[in-house]
Ligand binder design. Structure first.
Ligand code: HEM
Length: 140
């Protein structure tokens, strides 16, 4: 049973990260004035992608919390899990920030350059590497 829950945890975190990687990439294109003719299309793509990645985030958390419950809280006492939990908070903040940016684009009030979004786009990759190392290697 536990292995099945972990499998679905991983399936949904892939869904979540597909969005976390591609949504800021859309923002890069959306922030280029020369792409003006595609802005309405970008808005639709962003909205749909945000919906899918939010479902991925919620289900990742549901299956993760389910494993914690099955472990009777033992996982909560482990050092690697504390480090992972801290990074997950950053990830949720990033997700929220993506939502705010999407709303700004929708109302035509983008505040950043395409270059800024290129840097912003690097953050989930760093978090992914660290979180997977903590979860899989459990270094402490
Ligand atoms: C959203 C809240 C999350 C919770 C509550 C959570 C919780 C957990 C728990 C309890 C396990 C089982 C650990 C074990 O049995 O050893 C696990 C496994 C795992 N988690 Fe998460 N997790 C969350 C998010 C994430 C995210 C965002 C990632 C990736 C970036 C991630 C990557 C993994 C991986 C790769 C494993 C499998 C590790 C292994 O079995 O080797 N988790 N998670």
């Amino acid at each position: 049973m536990y292995e099945w829950i972990r499998a679905f945890h991983i399936i949904f975190l892939v869904t979540w990260f597909a969005g976390l990687f591609y949504l800021p990439r859309l923002y890069v294109y959306h922030a280029m004035p020369e792409n003006h003719s595609s802005f309405e299309l970008f808005k639709v793509m962003e909205r749909r992608l945000f919906g899918i990645m939010t479902i991925g985030a919620v289900l990742t958390a549901v299956f993760g919390i389910w494993m914690i419950i099955l472990s009777e809280g033992v996982i909560l006492q482990m050092g690697w899990f504390h480090a992972k939990a801290l990074l997950i908070l950053f990830l949720i903040a990033y997700h929220y920030f993506c939502w705010k940016i999407m709303l700004n684009f929708r109302s035509g009030e983008n505040q950043h350059s395409h270059k800024w979004y290129r840097y912003f786009n690097e953050i989930p990759g760093v978090l992914l590497i660290l979180i997977v190392i903590f979860a899989a290697v459990k270094p402490f």
